[in-house]
Design a protein around this ligand. Structure first.
Ligand code: MEV
Length: 424
């Protein structure tokens, strides 16, 4: 029988094989899929050579699972590919706390992307604007010839915006507003822009330059909230400290960069595990403040009973169709584990992960600091990197943390000691 609860305490204490067994049961994985996860690589150089240019090898990165997530009443196990210790643990822990108050409530707007066409030479702005608006219906019709699929779904190019810029050429920019449904949308948006640009030149005599999607997607935004109970996070004092940390991030760009980086630790890790474009997600998130005026993508306040209400508003453009997920077997299996049915559900999950990650960071920073947890995980990874195995890793990392010296040379020394004692 398939076990559908993602609430798993002590997941971190299990062996990799035990975790795979649980995962197999939760996500209904076949023996063959589990075997693919056990092997070291599912991307061979022949396939890699078709994905990008000048291939010489492929690259591995750890993938962990964050349990405990409940989002809009549904349980998720979240695959996260990341090289940084603490991120998966922090995310799982935050999800466990949010779960105690019912989990995350997340929603996403319609998937409207913006395609930009830059017009660099024209006679009069008013004349240009009027010509474009007079031809709006034809422009949208022409754009929609580039995607029969979107048109058949009643989606595709829906509207136009015209902006003027303060650059030296006083560029006029035409925005095509395009409903891309379950795609990330880059290809279709770019194709529509190129087609429409030639038509704009034809009807107005103007000259166009750039024709490309915008990675800033203010019409494609996800919002998520959760309550973190004060008794589970160290009391009302921690609630106040988290609110104070958020207030700082919202006005200070130096803090905001780190604060939002923490949010993207989680979101990027999920995007990477499922082989999605995390650079566009980064660009989108980090430029959103230019439109909202709020540096922080999250917001915290106190509920009447003194608990912490966490909220995130973040532009997210991800797809569940197209892209390269399906070309790489492991990415496809991680998508199966994530089990999102469409781009809006995917964005809802990412927003929840971003909020969880940010809450976890602020909680640690507002109480014991992040170094304590971080250093013990760092100690484990140092122990592994000098060749320690199984219980040797625990022994070495526990000793280093206890003695306060966490370094590669210390890990080596301790490993030599252990092996001398056990004659290995
Ligand atoms: C580290 O990768 C992320 C944090 O610095 C985020 C934050 O400071 O909010 C812990």
């Amino acid at each position: 029988m398939v076990n559908r609860s993602s609430e798993i305490s002590g997941f971190y204490k299990l062996s990799v094989e035990e975790r795979l067994k649980l995962l197999g049961s939760f996500s209904d994985l076949t023996q063959e899929e589990l075997e693919v996860l056990r092997m070291h690589g599912s991307l061979n150089t022949e396939l890699a050579d078709k994905l990008i240019e000048n291939v010489v090898s492929t690259f591995e990165i750890p993938v962990g699972i964050a349990p405990n997530f409940r989002i809009n009443g549904k349980d998720y196990l979240i695959p996260m590919a990341i090289e940084e210790a603490s991120v998966v643990a922090a995310c799982s822990n935050a999800a466990r706390i949010a779960r105690a108050s019912g989990g995350f409530v997340s929603e996403s707007t319609e998937p409207i992307m913006i395609g930009q066409i830059q017009i660099v030479s024209y006679d009069s702005f008013e004349k240009l604007k009027n010509v474009i608006l007079e031809h709006e219906t034809d422009i949208l019709k022409l754009a929609n010839t580039r995607s029969k699929t979107l048109s058949s779904m009643g989606a595709g190019a829906k509207g136009i915006e015209i902006r003027t810029l303060e650059d030296p050429q006083r560029s006029v920019v035409v925005h095509l507003l395009i409903d891309v449904r379950d795609a990330m949308g880059a290809n279709v948006v770019n194709s529509m822009c190129e087609t429409v640009a030639s038509y704009l030149e034809e009807i107005s005599g103007c000259r166009t330059n750039l024709k490309i999607l915008s990675n800033l997607t203010p019409h494609r935004v996800s919002r998520c909230k959760a309550i973190f109970r004060k008794d589970l996070i160290g009391g009302e004092n921690v609630v106040d400290n988290i609110i104070s940390a958020y207030n700082m991030a919202n006005v200070d760009p130096f803090r905001a960069a780190t604060h939002n980086k923490g949010i993207m630790n989680g979101i990027d890790a999920v995007l990477l595990a499922t082989l999605n474009d995390w650079r566009s997600a980064e660009a989108n998130a980090h430029t959103y403040h230019t439109l909202t005026g709020n540096y922080s993508l999250t917001r915290y306040s106190k509920t009447p009973d003194g608990n912490l209400l966490g909220e995130i508003e973040i532009p997210i453009a991800v797809g569940t169709v197209g892209g390269s997920t399906n070309t790489v077997r492991k990415a496809a299996i991680f998508r199966k584990i994530l089990e999102v049915k469409n781009s809006s559900e995917f964005a809802n999950v990412l927003a929840a992960v971003g909020l969880a990650q940010n809450f976890a960071a602020l909680r640690a920073l507002s109480s014991e600091g992040i170094q304590k947890g971080h250093m013990s995980l760092h100690a484990r990874s140092l122990a592994a990197s000098v060749g320690a195995l199984n219980e040797e890793i625990d022994l070495i990392s526990d000793t280093m943390v206890k003695n306060g010296t966490i370094s590669m040379s210390k890990a080596k020394e301790l490993l030599e000691d252990i092996r001398k004692r056990t004659n290995k």
